[in-house]
Ligand binder design. Structure first.
Ligand SMILES: *Cc1c(COP(=O)(O)O)cnc(C)c1O
Length: 494
């Protein structure tokens, strides 16, 4: 299996190179040259396997350089009982005969980022060994919440790695901050930056491009890498759970062999729904891919009109992990739909220069055959949390609620009642205040006490990784000015 840049197919790379580099030298995204098809009876075979074995089977199709033994060890470590609170790993919970919720928040940080960030460190360190890289990799992350904690948990105490996370001091929730500053592990660092997420993010970008810093680090035996969602090592583990969900539905006789399902995904950077597209390409009978957005609805407009226009107001919503106006992974879909790197490059250059591009008519037609886009605002999000709870006695977080709203709109508009897998991306306990509000509670408790309040209201236990934050020691208290982030890195890499 060869990997190429979405902007140039003339150079090909091995999977290990794609995973180490993240981005291609021309700025494109490293992407498989073709998507392998599952053999005819693969879904039948996978049906009786554990999640871990399904992961090995599916990832192996893309990773020739990695042995089955290696991948088996990775899957056992990434998705084992110390990490996930259910042996199913990514269980499917059926709300009615044709509405099935795929729960991706049973990992150590209670958000779907764990599905990939538990696997990525294994893929990355093995790739470094295969490329005979002897330096220690230093992962730098700027986070507005879920990614930072997910990456810290994934990389903690992984040999030959260090990880440093920067978060905006006043830009994350209290629970999210506690999750990060209590992080355990001997190779981790967490630093608050005075400023907002953009300050932290542009600070990290500066560190990456600081030639002098790179040389200093190389002398000390380190080099920089990134764990953000455009890395192929993050997209690949996400394909697994779509195939796994289909196999669960088959196994539990909720669908018949070959029967078509739709999927509905709460979307930000387009990584999660892209993995669903790849699962479809591999041969899973997926009909429509329903792309759900909050008020930052740039993708809804794109799917409806073919115009991608990021020049619009940015909204801070109650589904913050979807507050994104540049969905980076969309570039991989454009590559698949156009099969033309020159065309992809032009669109990306236009986006860079003017904040906008419009795809050609045949590309829009291909897009609309596969995708439907819907969006909703915060009021609708809260309404849906309350409605799903009352109708199905099932508690969902605000991101997942955006997907339920989209599915509702799709079904009303199309009359299509094909069984649908709705992707649930976070535990509702991560967003207690808005969830309590949706259930009609007006006086919401402060900080971690809101966990107890939501438990008392619903009878559900708070996930252990969140309730145990109370007893954790605070390990990181440093705040730096955005100009001084380099000091935090240098003091850690000695
Ligand atoms: C990251 C995230 C999303 C968005 O996923 P993308 O792959 O960026 O589209 C949705 N919900 C939650 C809870 C997330 O953390």
């Amino acid at each position: 299996m060869q990997y190429v840049s979405t902007r140039d197919v003339s150079t090909s790379y091995m999977a290990s190179q794609a995973i180490i580099q993240g981005l291609a030298p021309d700025g494109g995204l490293m992407t498989p040259f073709y998507i392998p098809k599952l053999p005819g009876k693969a879904l039948e075979d996978l049906k009786s396997m554990s999640y871990q074995h399904r992961a090995v089977y599916i990832m192996k199709q893309f990773l020739e350089e990695f042995s089955v033994k290696e991948l088996t060890d990775f899957a056992a470590a990434a998705y084992g009982p110390e990490k996930f609170d259910t042996p199913a790993v990514a269980p499917v919970r059926s709300l009615d005969g044709n509405t099935h919720c795929l729960e991706l928040w049973h990992g150590p940080t209670c958000a779907f980022k764990d599905m990939a960030l538990q696997m990525l460190p294994h893929l990355l360190t093995a790739s470094l060994t295969k490329r005979e890289e002897e330096k220690t990799v230093c992962i730098l992350v700027a986070t507005s919440g879920d990614t930072g904690k997910g990456a810290l948990e994934g990389f903690k105490d992984v040999p030959h790695t260090r990880i440093m996370v920067f978060y905006p001091r006043d830009g994350v929730s209290q629970v999210q901050e506690l999750q990060m500053v209590t992080q355990e592990g001997n190779n981790v660092g967490v630093t608050a930056v005075r400023g907002n997420f953009d300050d932290a993010q542009s600070g990290v970008k500066r560190l990456f491009s600081d030639g002098e810093l790179r040389r200093t680090l190389a002398d000390r035996g380190f080099f920089f890498s990134s764990a953000n969602s455009i890395n192929w090592g993050r997209v690949l583990p996400q394909i697994v759970y779509y195939i796994s969900a289909y196999c669960d539905l088959l196994r539990d006789e909720k669908i018949a062999p070959g029967q078509t399902i739709n999927v509905c995904v709460p979307t930000g950077n387009f990584g999660n729904i892209l993995a669903a597209y790849y699962a479809r390409e591999m041969g899973v009978p997926i009909g429509k891919l329903i792309c759900a957005s909050n008020s930052n609805n740039v993708l809804t407009d794109f799917i409806r009109t073919g115009v991608y226009d990021r020049k619009r107001p940015f909204h801070n919503t109650m589904s913050p992990s979807m507050d994104i106006l540049i969905s980076s992974n969309l570039e991989r879909l454009l590559f698949a739909l156009t099969q033309d790197t020159q065309e992809v490059k032009q669109y990306m250059e236009q986006l860079n220069a003017s904040g906008r591009y419009e795809v050609r008519k045949p590309i829009l037609e291909r897009l609309q055959k596969l995708f439907q886009g819907y969006c909703c605002d915060d009021r609708e999000t809260q309404r849906v949390i309350g409605e799903v709870y009352r109708q199905h006695d099932y508690l969902i977080d605000p991101h997942t609620a955006v997907a339920f709203s989209a599915l509702d709109q799709y079904r009303k508009e199309s009359g299509d009642d094909t069984p649908c897998v709705v992707v649930s991306t976070a535990s509702p306990f991560k967003f207690c205040d808005n969830v309590l509000g949706a259930l009609g509670v007006t006086e919401v408790a402060q900080g971690l006490d809101a966990l107890d309040q939501l438990s008392a209201k619903t009878g559900l236990p708070a996930p252990a990784p969140l309730s145990s934050l109370r007893n954790k020691e605070i390990r990181f208290t440093r705040t730096v000015e955005k100009e001084n982030m380099v000091d935090a890195v240098l003091s850690m890499l000695v």
